[in-house]
Design a protein around this ligand. Structure first.
Ligand SMILES: Nc1nc2c([nH]c(=O)n2[C@H]2C[C@H](O)[C@@H](COP(=O)(O)OP(=O)(O)OP(=O)(O)O)O2)c(=O)[nH]1
Ligand SMILES: [Mg+2]
Length: 138
């Protein structure tokens, strides 16, 4: 089984949990295309060769949302297998520095509290991130 799983393509993804001064988190709705299309996520994307996780997260958030952030502490690393690929999500707490969030590569953006987050549909891999956030802030 593990041999079979390791044959699937693997992607390493830098992911930002971006906090604002009101204790809300930024989430975005992915574009409709693809297996995970239309679900909500924490913004981020593939770590390029030679790039640190922090550089990846800053770059992706500027490309996708158009804002500047400070990357803070590591929250969790999540390994997850979807039906035809595997991902490693490297998740960092971040703070919003400046810029108004824009839907440059997504359908919609919201600032939400942890109490509100269950109202949104996330990919399977995100459950572990949300649990880690709840443990951090309970
Ligand atoms: N950014 C992000 N990706 C997530 C989350 N949860 C989750 O399963 N993923 C998956 C979906 C995608 O398969 C992968 C992220 O890929 P992506 O499409 O954001 O990558 P990218 O921005 O570099 O875009 P591309 O160049 O591949 O088009 O990780 C999440 O909370 N945030
Ligand atoms: Mg992305």
């Amino acid at each position: 089984m593990s041999q079979l799983l390791s044959a699937f393509p693997h992607k390493s993804i830098g992911v930002a949990v971006i906090w604002n001064d009101d204790g809300q988190i930024l989430i975005d709705k992915r574009l409709p295309q693809g297996a995970i299309g239309g679900l909500w996520e924490f913004p981020g994307g593939k770590i390029e060769p030679g790039e640190t996780i922090q550089d990846c997260i800053r770059r992706e958030i500027y490309e996708e949302i158009g804002i500047a952030i400070a990357v803070q502490d590591h929250l969790i690393t999540v390994e997850h297998s979807y039906s035809d690929f595997r991902i490693t999500l490297e998740v960092y707490n971040c703070t919003h520095l400046y810029g108004v969030p824009q839907t440059l590569e997504c359908q919609e953006i919201r600032w939400v509290t942890l109490a509100e987050i269950d109202q949104f549909s996330f990919p399977q891999a995100n459950q572990k991130i949300i649990t880690a956030l709840r443990q951090l802030h309970c």
